[in-house]
Design a protein around this ligand. Structure first.
Ligand code: GLC
Length: 545
């Protein structure tokens, strides 16, 4: 199955639409907004977890895989969502968090209460000496990846929050249980799956210290991951469905294997290298402006590499873990519209399946909070403390969190200029930036030049043009520091996408814009009206021959 003409829309239910006035989004809220989603032209709705959970990591700490958390509604609401979305031509994709459970999950509770069967579900080890964890691995949210469990006298591994113990995939019982979870949702009419940090499921055979890092390179893309994925897809009966794996710290070779149809693993993969080009020294918590040349190199490596290896990319900039791209690689003040449109076009014409994260299509920005009390995310709160401990002042730490917090993407969807942005009738669980008064769906629906209408054009264009779905890709302007540009080709036809990633005028280095028009290329889309001599700030031009 190919998903080259499809577009996925990601919904973070907690922040999408509150239907019952408790300040939290819910499934009925999603149902209320289905007409809007249909108007975007998207094919799949990926919902992040709404399963029962203590919410230490906003639902990625699952306490029961096969139920709906009452905060989000109930199973009848879910069934209605699947049915109503289906009637409107959209399919539901769910987020499967199979690398770890919550500490509240029945399996973990049984394990720590001495049930040996369930102890084999988790990764429990002796320390290297009393009080010393088995290895020096660090968890993703700061601190050791091991936690001492006094009831059973062992350490358990948690690659994420301490409330998220990792499951032991070497145990066939675990793999069977998890395949049954996926099957349960498939049988309820779910038509696709996103697998959370799925390339971390196969741990190394020998647990040893990482002498050069935090451990991740020892457990990413582990020894049996491909085999486990094939087995999961087969046992859950989901081959042919859209499946996307979130691949942490992965590489091209593995992603080709995950997504090449001949391997019967997944239909596509998320990789994150392009979202680290503003990490100073590779450190998320050190700021620097994005390195556009590095970004271009990464796009080229992945786009061309996946093409050569017959793999398939999920193309995206935003999700619930990433700051808003317009605040990050664009300019959310002076050139909000221009940069939001350019960034959208820069990936929507690529080879892959585009993902739109809620609010991206209207140019939603970072949260712009002024105090740490406004943040909710476990990672942000942990790192705020870590940064202070490293000697940063409160202001410096707040500035870094302001740029890098995952809460930047989790603020409520901005539906209108009404109080609470039309998301809720009460103060929501996470507050909105003030700019909801101008950046919102209602305003943009009435403006033909809005970011929202540009997104609709992009989605429609992909559906109607085989060249975007199937064309080959080649990068041009490779030495240009300011511009990212590529050509898609199919049966002698060409589509050329030229993006100025800078907030000032810039030139092309290989050909001028007028060289294109003189040679019979026609501008078919852009974010400024007439063509000029140079590319203007954040200009995107799309030519076709
Ligand atoms: C993924 C999710 C993220 C979560 C983590 C642990 O990266 O996208 O939100 O915190 O996995 O489940």
């Amino acid at each position: 199955m190919k998903f080259n003409d499809k577009v996925v829309y990601q919904i973070y239910p907690k922040s999408f639409q509150d239907s019952n006035g408790d300040g939290l989004g819910d499934l009925r809220g999603v149902i209320q907004r289905l007409d809007y989603l249909q108007s975007l032209g998207v094919d799949y709705l990926w919902l992040t977890p709404f399963f029962p959970s203590p919410q230490h990591d906003n639902g990625y700490d699952v306490a029961d895989y096969c139920a709906v958390d009452p905060r989000f509604g109930n199973m009848t609401d879910f069934d209605e969502l699947v049915k109503t979305a289906g009637d409107k031509g959209m399919k539901i994709m769910l987020d499967m968090v199979l690398c770890h459970t919550s500490v509240d999950h029945e399996w973990f509770q049984k394990a720590i209460n001495g049930d040996e069967h369930y102890q084999r579900y988790y990764i429990l080890r002796d320390g290297r000496s009393p009080g010393e964890p088995p290895t020096n691995w660090q968890c993703a949210f700061g601190g050791s990846a091991w936690k001492w469990q006094p009831q059973i006298g062992k350490w358990y591994l948690h690659l994420h929050d301490v409330s998220q113990p990792d499951l032991d995939w070497t145990n066939p019982e675990v793999r069977k249980e998890l395949a049954n979870v996926v099957k349960f949702w498939r049988d309820k009419g779910v038509m696709g799956f996103r697998f959370d940090v799925i390339n971390l499921i196969s741990k190394p055979e020998i647990f040893k210290d990482d002498t050069a890092g935090l451990g991740r390179r020892l457990f990413a893309d582990g020894p049996h991951v491909h085999e486990y994925l094939r087995e999961l897809v087969q046992n859950a009966g989901i081959e042919g469905m859209i499946t996307v794996g979130e691949m942490a710290s992965t590489d091209l070779e593995n992603c080709i294997r995950y997504s090449n149809p001949n391997n019967h693993e997944l239909s596509m993969s998320f990789s994150f290298h392009h979202l680290k080009v503003d990490y100073k020294n590779g450190n998320k918590w050190e700021l620097m402006p994005p390195d556009i040349k590095a970004l271009k190199k990464i796009f080229e490596e992945w786009q061309v590499g996946m093409q050569e290896g017959n793999g398939w990319n999920a193309v995206f900039y935003n999700n619930h873990d990433q700051p808003r791209i317009v605040s990050r690689f664009g300019d959310d003040q002076k050139y909000l519209k221009e940069s939001a449109k350019m960034l959208a076009a820069s990936i929507h014409f690529m080879r892959g399946t585009p993902y739109i994260y809620q609010g991206e299509e209207i140019g939603m920005t970072n949260a712009k909070y002024s105090s740490i009390e406004q943040y909710r995310d476990v990672e942000s709160l942990n790192y705020y403390k870590i940064l202070l401990n490293q000697g940063k002042s409160k202001n410096e730490a707040l500035k870094i969190i302001g740029e890098r917090s995952r809460d930047n993407s989790r603020t409520p969807m901005q539906w209108s200029s009404e109080k609470f942005a039309g998301f809720s009738i009460v103060d929501p669980w996470l507050s909105s930036p003030e700019n909801y008064k101008t950046i919102n769906v209602e305003t943009e629906e009435n403006d033909i030049n809005s970011v929202l209408n540009f997104y609709k054009t992009l989605v429609k264009f992909r559906k109607e043009n085989k060249i975007v779905q199937d064309g080959d890709i080649k990068f041009i302007e490779r030495e240009n520091d300011n511009v990212i540009a590529y050509i898609r080709t199919l049966n002698g036809k060409e589509l050329i996408i030229i993006c100025n990633f800078k907030g000032n005028n810039t030139n092309l280095t290989e050909k001028t814009l007028s060289d294109y028009t003189k040679n019979g290329y026609k501008k078919i889309l852009g974010n400024y009206d007439e063509l000029a001599e140079n590319l203007r700030p954040y200009e995107v031009v799309i030519f076709e021959n």
